[in-house]
Design a protein around this ligand. Structure first.
Ligand SMILES: Nc1ncnc2c1ncn2[C@@H]1O[C@H](COP(=O)(O)OP(=O)(O)O)[C@@H](O)[C@H]1O
Ligand SMILES: [Mg+2]
Length: 375
């Protein structure tokens, strides 16, 4: 059996990356631009399924290709202790086996279920610190002529004090001229609040990469190459229909490709035909609703939900560009009475401001989804 080459999931790198040339070269300029280069601190944001994690993975891959050491931080309660006690010591030990973790004995490597290094602190040594371990890694990397990239996905889930500690440590090393880069990704909402904290000044100055959709050309190319890799090609009309259905949204690229590919196999055909794409349209919208919209709307408070539902109703009459004044009127409020909701929804990456005084849904088919679950 041949396997489906499309990967409609989250955090799964696609077989063929569509677009993102600007983001990738921005990152490369940072790596190759030398210490102090602005692009050495990047903050990727955007809505669910737009490709933040995939882009971060791509940054890691590019950095490794340049010989850089890549260290991943995870935004949970152990973020700092895991970095300090296992990830960083493991990284410099990997780089140089003669550099055992500072003043500690490595009792085992990669043996715990988390894949971490088990270390044993000797009695009277000063306790290791995050900054100390990071500095140690940066020094050893410098001796080897390579830099260090630290990545953090789901930034919005990190504890503020932890993020401040990490950002401060990185900033300290940047100031000491070490080759160190920091790339993070997260939902815009929540990140803004984190950046208010005095300890995250460094992050506030990070270059922002607000991820949006892909161009139709990029979508067509990625669909074509991915399908071709499995020896099953899109017929011309089918490709046009598929691109139309995807609406530039990366998750949909994988979903549409995957379902169309499956339809073609089920029909016993050797290529992907128009009929296969037409047959999946409804399923695509439903799956997008369950896997993306439903989750993206989970924590949205009542007032903002009402704003979205009103938008959905108006979208059915007016098309995608919805006048804010109409939303306010429908909700029985003055325009400035809904401006906080509007701003929050934009920050949540659910709504996009378009032409003056208008908004639209940030994700394809969200209006349809809202109309289908309610009213
Ligand atoms: N540039 C891209 N080209 C093709 N597919 C992509 C691209 N970016 C993301 N995808 C696909 O979209 C889906 C969601 O990507 P992911 O990075 O998990 O999104 P996010 O982290 O923003 O929620 C995955 O199936 C992934 O393979
Ligand atoms: Mg992600």
């Amino acid at each position: 059996m041949i396997t489906n080459p499309f990967r409609p999931g989250f955090g799964v790198s696609p077989f063929e990356l569509g677009g993102r040339q600007v983001e990738l070269s921005t990152f490369m300029y940072g790596l190759l631009g030398g210490v102090g280069s602005m692009q050495r601190a990047l903050l990727v944001s955007g809505s669910r399924g737009v490709g933040k994690t995939v882009l971060l993975n791509e940054f890691e891959r590019q950095a490794r290709e340049q010989g850089w050491v890549v260290v991943r931080a995870y935004p949970d309660a152990e973020m700092i202790s895991r970095l300090r006690d296992s990830t960083l010591p493991q990284a410099y030990y990997d780089l140089d086996q003669s550099e055992p973790p500072r003043k500690r004995t490595v009792t085992g490597i990669g043996i715990s279920s988390l894949g971490s290094v088990t270390t044993q602190v000797e009695d009277h040594d000063p306790a290791p610190t995050l900054l100390g371990e990071l500095r140690r890694l940066a020094e050893i990397a410098q001796v080897h002529g390579v830099g260090v990239l630290i990545t953090l996905d789901e930034l919005q889930a990190a504890r503020i004090e932890d993020l401040a500690q990490l950002a401060t440590a990185i900033q300290d090393l940047v100031r000491d001229n070490f080759d160190i880069a920091f790339a993070t990704a997260g939902l815009t909402f929540g990140v803004e609040a984190l950046l208010e904290h005095p300890g995250t000044t460094f992050m506030r100055r990070a270059q922002r990469l607000e991820l949006g959709g892909l161009s139709d050309t990029d979508v067509a190319e990625a669909l074509t190459k991915t399908a071709a890799a499995s020896g099953r090609e899109f017929e011309e009309g089918a490709l046009l229909l598929a691109v139309d259905l995807v609406q530039g949204y990366p998750f949909l690229l994988q979903l549409v490709g995957s379902l169309a590919w499956a339809r073609s196999v089920m029909a016993g055909d050797t290529s992907i035909k128009e009929a296969h794409v037409l047959a999946i349209a409804e399923d695509v919208k439903q799956l997008m609703g369950i896997q993306v919209h439903k989750i993206a709307l989970k924590a949205v408070p009542d007032g903002e939900m009402e704003f979205l539902r009103t938008m959905a109703r108006l979208e059915a009459e007016h098309g995608p560009e919805i006048p804010v004044a109409r939303i306010a009127a429908e909700m029985g409020r003055k325009p400035n009475g809904i401006s906080v909701w509007r701003r929050n929804l934009i920050e949540r990456d659910l709504v996009t401001p378009s032409s003056y005084g208008h908004v639209r849904f940030a994700m394809p088919y969200m209006g349809e989804y809202l109309r289908s679950v309610e009213m």
